[in-house]
Design a binder for this molecule. Structure first.
Ligand code: URA
Length: 234
């Protein structure tokens, strides 16, 4: 692929801007500055450097973000900055979008991608990827509440009960809940349905992915092997 096309596909600006980056000697491959935008490069395993920062070529972007509170998942946020502000411009320019949503006051693991097919697959009710939530509740978490969450509770928008795939009290007022669907405000509504109230919510895992090594507000690429694991039929 032509070098300027590589930059364009990876979100480094318009075609003209990408050519400009090359002409100005700001792009190197394997330690060699390339000043010819039309130079062909092999995208297989390609690592290129733009203005001193290394980037690996990704046909489709898939990243994991440790979402802090005070950020909205919507592309047109109303009251708080968008989670997209936490990503570097090339990722935003590529049009990455959250895979599902976390509320503004929820922290934790959020996936973002520019692969529409993957978003569809991972958010489809047929794809039962487990998501683990750490809940801080207002009132004591009782064995009865845990049992009800496991047995299933009815939410106001659907007569069919929704149940936690796993649920355990982790402290007097804390709870770990695993869900395989992602209805609107599902955790908050399920906890409310058993007579308690969510005061703090953190998603600690999405499939096999966790936030290990990713501090709040930071992000990392999801590897091809991790992506395969996520897409595995369950
Ligand atoms: N359930 C909720 O209620 N809120 C979230 O942010 C995620 C799941």
């Amino acid at each position: 692929m032509r070098l300027s096309q590589v930059l364009f596909s990876q979100g480094f600006g318009t075609r003209r801007e990408c050519e400009g980056l090359v002409w100005h000697g700001l792009v190197s491959v394997g330690g060699r500055v390339i000043e010819e935008p039309a130079e062909e490069v092999d995208t297989e395993g390609l690592v290129f450097t733009v203005q001193g920062r290394d980037w690996r070529f990704h046909e489709k972007a898939l990243v994991l973000l440790h979402k802090p509170t005070g950020h909205e998942c919507s592309q047109k946020p109303k009251h708080h900055p968008s989670v997209l502000n936490l990503l570097p411009p090339p990722l935003r320019n590529r049009g990455v979008q959250p895979v599902g949503r976390l509320d503004e006051d929820t922290t934790g693991l959020l996936l973002l991608t520019d692969d529409g097919t993957l978003i569809h697959r991972l958010t489809s009710p047929k794809h039962h990827v487990p998501k683990v939530y750490e809940v801080t509740a207002k009132h004591e978490v009782t064995p009865g509440q845990v049992a009800q969450l496991l047995a299933g509770v009815v939410l106001d928008d659907d007569p069919a009960p929704v149940r936690a795939a796993a649920c355990e009290a982790t402290g007097e007022t804390t709870l770990r809940l695993t869900l395989t669907e992602g209805k609107y405000h599902q955790v908050k509504r399920m906890v409310a349905a058993v007579g308690n109230r969510v005061e703090g919510l953190h998603r600690s895992a999405f499939g096999e992915l966790t936030l290990k090594g990713v501090p709040s507000g930071a992000w990392r690429w999801v590897s091809a092997a991790e992506r395969e694991q996520l897409e595995r039929k369950r």
